[in-house]
Design a protein around this ligand. Structure first.
Ligand SMILES: [Zn+2]
Length: 115
């Protein structure tokens, strides 16, 4: 149990050091964790310590970065025009967008992996 608590504190410390810009090798030296462990923590957790969503490689929420105004505005416009958000059977979220076939350029632009 004590090891688990120490690991949690070390995890938070490592994430703070990473947020401050220290490389994994230096964080490993300071905290006593291995470099592979530090890298794994960065992949699994946001800089603030919450688990990453596992979605986009450059998720603004996980990276604590601002949304890009132009793509976000476009997406919001398409969503408000003809879209919805639904909960799937595996408890993830689905964003469905619809485009008129008369605008094949827009259809191609917003077509996702499911067509
Ligand atoms: Zn995310």
């Amino acid at each position: 149990m004590a090891g688990h608590i120490r690991s949690s504190v070390t995890l938070q410390w490592a994430l703070e050091l990473s947020r401050a810009g220290l490389p994994d090798r230096r964080i490993a030296e300071v905290t006593g964790a291995s470099v592979a462990t530090v890298a794994r923590w960065r992949q699994r957790y946001r800089p603030g310590g919450a688990p990453r969503c596992g979605g986009l490689a450059a998720c603004p929420a996980c990276e604590e970065s601002a949304l890009s105004a132009k793509p976000y505005s476009e997406l919001l416009g398409v969503y408000l025009g003809a879209g919805y958000i639904a909960r799937t059977k595996n408890r993830s979220w689905l964003l469905a967008l619809f485009q008129d076939r008369r605008y094949p350029g827009l259809v191609a632009r917003w077509q996702g992996p499911h067509g």
